[in-house]
Design a protein around this ligand. Structure first.
Ligand code: B12
Ligand code: SF4
Ligand code: SF4
Length: 325
């Protein structure tokens, strides 16, 4: 059976993915960047990135027999919150109460766990491939050794912005990337080769912790997202005063991007709707809580990753003032 790209893309859109492109699993053109990045220690304690490097550079080693990779984008841009809306610091009245009063949670983590939300819909797309003759159709969403941004760029879905995000013309970058490795020989799209950032440097200038070493090179060990979610142990003293109220992830380099400011539109995926988990809480919220209560309230949510000790650490750092007064 021969399947063309069009029905696959149509099925992806039906499943509320906002875009779909196809590439092959051949070695990436940017393996050297990954090696340099790892060698300079920018991955910090994310040791899995070292272990996965070989497969990230040569995606043929990820799924045996795969001949094509179907890449999809999943918009998570907030439904009820406005462009500056957050779980904090804006109150229900929309008034910004300023840093130091309410915690900010990155937009991607405000709804249901995206791994689960994406997995179900990716599996439906994989099923469609199987119905059309695929013997191999394995899906990934932010789990596994897949160089997702690079494959998405190669599938024609956007360019790598100076903030390292995949940015899509007419869309911006508020989306997740998912992929399906299949043995179907689907025709590949043209890679996205243009750099649409031009002379803009807003993301580099706005980063609260100056985490960009140069355009497209992020020292993750300075990034608030890494410090609040991935890192074990204390947040370095030097950075504690720069957390700008963020207690889980950080959206600054996405928020300031003109492509997002101009084009972001609310997701159709209800499960990404913000749940306001930390709305209205005070700086001592986690200090008053024990493990059992944390598990009851935040088990199965993204906050489980840093855990109670991590969230206490994040709150202490986020509410330490530096330049904000
Ligand atoms: C580790 C990781 C992190 C780390 C490190 C981030 C980083 N920039 O490397 C931390 C914890 C800091 C992080 C933070 C965030 N992350 Co993250 N993260 C990942 C993960 C698991 C691996 C990324 C990785 O390999 N990094 C190492 C660098 C070297 O690789 P890379 O970023 O893929 O870069 C490649 C290309 O850029 C290319 N390249 C390099 N230079 C150049 C130059 C040119 C000209 C070109 C064309 C290509 C190119 O080569 C690189 C190596 O292959 C991916 C999922 C995945 N499996 O890929 C999600 C992922 C990148 N994260 C994602 C998100 C949403 C975020 C946050 C926005 C979450 C938040 N709000 O807190 C922030 C954004 C911070 C930022 N500016 O990157 C999304 C990004 C979606 C998108 N639109 O791009 C991903 C794809 C997860 C997903 N499935 O949706 N993340
Ligand atoms: S997520 Fe925040 S801290 Fe990390 S690079 Fe972007 S602006 Fe900087
Ligand atoms: S803020 Fe400017 S430089 Fe940064 S990714 Fe967006 S367009 Fe590119």
């Amino acid at each position: 059976m021969t399947l063309t790209a069009e029905p696959v893309k149509a099925r992806a859109l039906e499943l509320d993915f906002i875009a779909c492109g196809i590439t092959d699993p051949s070695p990436t053109a940017h393996g050297d960047e990954l090696d340099r990045w790892l060698a300079r220690g920018y991955a910090g304690t994310m040791r899995y990135l070292h272990r996965q490097a070989g497969r990230r550079k040569d995606p043929r080693a990820i799924v045996e027999g795969a001949k094509a990779v179907v890449v999809v984008l999943d918009n998570y841009y907030g439904l009820q919150d406005g462009p500056d809306g957050r779980d904090g610091p804006d109150g229900p009245d929309g008034r910004d109460r300023g840093v130091g009063t309410e915690p900010k949670v990155a937009m991607y983590a405000r709804g249901e766990d995206y791994h689960r939300v994406m997995a179900g819909r990716l599996e439906k797309l994989a099923e469609f491939l199987r119905q059309n003759g695929a013997r191999v159709a394995r899906s990934f969403a932010d789990a596994g050794p897949v160089p997702e941004r690079e494959l998405a760029r190669r599938a024609g879905l956007g360019w790598i912005g100076k903030n390292t995000m995949l940015v899509r013309p007419g869309v911006g970058s508020w989306f997740f990337i998912g992929s399906i490795f299949t043995d179907l020989e689907l025709p590949a799209d043209q890679p996205f080769e243009l750099d649409r950032c031009g002379s803009c440097t807003r993301c580099l200038d706005a980063c609260p912790t100056a985490a960009f070493v140069e355009p497209r090179v992020l020292d993750a060990t300075r990034c608030i997202s890494y410090l609040t979610i991935e890192q074990k142990g204390p947040i370095p003293d030097e950075l504690v005063g720069s957390m700008d109220g963020w207690v889980f992830g950080c959206d600054v380099c996405n928020e300031v991007c003109p492509w997002n400011q101009r084009f972001a539109s609310p997701t159709r995926v209800e499960a990404f709707r913000p749940q306001g988990r930390l709305r209205g809480v005070d700086p001592d919220f986690f200090d008053r809580m024990d493990d059992a209560e944390f598990e009851r309230r935040f088990g199965g949510t993204p906050l489980e990753r840093p855990g109670l000790a991590g969230m206490r650490r994040n709150f202490r750092a986020a509410f330490t003032r530096s330049t904000h007064g």
